[in-house]
Design a protein around this ligand. Structure first.
Ligand code: DC
Length: 250
């Protein structure tokens, strides 16, 4: 990781459109993209698989540190490399892809779609409140600051992970509008009513904003964009307009 590599940090609540904006920016700039929420989802998945108790963060921490190995790379894991990891170590491989987003393998099995489920969404909010676990994930995230640049999205990108980011965006939107967008997004495969999605988002907002460590908040030097009444295209244009000045290029 080098501090010379430019970073755009995008933070905001669940379903505010950070992912879509980050993909559009990474595509436009040809940069890497960090979907930090996926790491918390991965850890929540592992805690669930191992049946660990959220009221016992020390045991969770021990397991994550001793039995889980993260690797990050461009390519899917090779099955042989997994065999070399001694039982009971479980390996998680995060594949970084600029445009389509990251994919995650748990041992040699891809688990990305499962990580997007409502069950894991809810659990990841609990996992994200464990301080030692957040600290474990810091170096993995910073490792992704690679040339030519990084678009990083999450809750604490501008405040904790990349405080010297060249450009910081704080994306907000009314919770009812976010719930409606999520409801429309899952039109084909909908498992929750609008009201259930709304209640879930309210609960996750509460947890993300009021936790003791790295709470969701706007960095002092972030540009706040309220996209309640803006289309994604309009937000991407707004952010792209801010990029040249932030990167000091003509
Ligand atoms: O962005 P997301 O919905 O995929 O994030 C999943 C959970 O992880 C969410 O409840 C908040 C948490 N999270 C976090 O605490 N810090 C981050 N940088 C990213 C996500």
């Amino acid at each position: 990781m080098t501090n010379d590599v430019p970073v755009i940090a995008i933070d905001g609540p669940a379903a505010s459109g950070k992912g879509t904006i980050a993909i559009a920016l990474a595509e436009d700039l040809g940069w890497h993209r960090l979907d930090s929420g996926l790491l918390y989802r991965t850890v929540a998945y592992v805690i669930d698989q191992w049946n660990l108790d959220y009221s016992d963060p020390e045991t969770i921490q021990d397991h994550i540190r001793n039995f889980l190995s993260f690797s990050v790379g461009e390519n899917p894991p090779n099955a042989d490399s997994h065999k070399q990891i001694e039982f009971p170590k479980v390996s998680v491989h995060v594949q970084i892809q600029r445009l389509t987003g990251s994919k995650v393998w748990y041992n040699a099995q891809e688990i990305t779609p499962v990580l997007r489920s409502e069950h894991i969404s809810r659990l990841s909010s609990y996992a994200a409140r464990i301080p030692t676990l957040r600290n474990e994930l810091i170096p993995i995230q910073r490792e992704l600051r690679q040339p030519p640049g990084l678009v990083a999205e999450g809750r604490d990108m501008g405040t904790v992970l990349f405080p010297t980011a060249d450009l910081k965006i704080f994306l907000t939107a009314d919770v009812a509008v976010r719930a409606q967008r999520r409801f429309d997004q899952y039109a084909k495969d909908r498992k929750q009513t609008y009201e259930e999605i709304l209640e879930d988002l309210r609960e996750r907002d509460r947890q993300d904003m009021h936790r003791g460590i790295a709470p969701l908040k706007k960095a002092e030097d972030a540009i706040e964009i309220d996209c309640t009444y803006l289309s994604v295209k309009c937000v991407v244009e707004k952010v792209l307009q801010a990029v040249p000045a932030a990167l000091k290029v003509a």
